[in-house]
Design a protein around this ligand. Structure first.
Ligand code: E4P
Length: 218
């Protein structure tokens, strides 16, 4: 399973990249706004900066909601860097845009997916990746992980090439469960990735090893 980081924060992207386990980045308009990135020129520059930090797919989301607007924006984004993946919302116009981009060889990430029906449609349209938002589903007292497993099953049975990119991850357990369910990618906050290191027995075991070593070596 590939690990993406879900942020527009450059320091966090650098930190995750330095771990050597980072395969890509996802952003969205809320994450860009959180970093105070505003104005088209700055937004585009920020995407290029991210692309120069990580050698892997970088999702950049369109903000238009009509076909013509999405196409115009998406083509501009895709021209920024070879690693840009145009992130398109799961709406009727978005599906048309995904099909258009797919025919042109432009990579897409279909975002805001909350059902297997939506994921099926995104794959039919030729989306490169599909983003089911598991944390937000959990918030509605439904199990987001069931959706990941359902989409993985449908894509495997029918041979769709669309990658399942588990999004809206809230914990290291989510990452683990996504791996079990067969997700191709998990896009995660930095903390969920670094929490994967943690185990109390690793901590106490290492302390003991170092203490024993110090006893005889001084
Ligand atoms: C996906 O690409 C989205 O950016 C993201 O995972 C949404 O997560 P949230 O529910 O924590 O906002």
């Amino acid at each position: 399973m590939k690990f993406f980081i879900d942020t527009a924060n450059l320091e966090q992207i650098k930190e995750a990249a330095e771990l050597g386990v980072l395969d890509g980045v996802t952003t969205n308009p809320s994450l860009m706004a959180k970093e105070g990135i505003k104005g088209e020129e700055n937004v585009l520059k920020h995407y290029i900066t991210i692309c120069n930090l990580v050698d892997g797919p970088v999702s950049a989301e369109v903000i238009s909601t009509d076909f013509a607007g999405m196409v115009k924006e998406g083509e501009k984004l895709a021209a920024l860097h070879k690693n840009i993946v145009v992130k398109v919302p799961m709406i009727k116009e978005g599906i048309k845009a995904i099909k258009y981009f797919s025919d042109k060889g432009i990579k897409t990430n279909c975002t805001l997916v909350f059902s297997a029906a939506q994921a099926l449609l995104a794959a039919k349209a030729g989306a490169t990746m599909v983003s089911p938002f598991i944390g937000r589903i959990d918030d509605t007292n439904w199990d987001g992980m069931e959706l990941i497993a359902q989409i993985v099953h449908i894509y495997r049975v029918h041979g769709y090439k669309t990658e399942v990119l588990a999004a809206s991850i809230r914990s290291s357990l989510h990452i683990l469960k996504c791996a079990e369910a067969g997700a191709d990618i998990a896009t995660c906050p930095l903390k969920s990735i670094t929490d994967l290191f943690n185990h109390p027995l690793t901590k106490s075991g290492l302390e003991q090893f170092l203490a024993d070593h110090a006893k005889v070596n001084g």
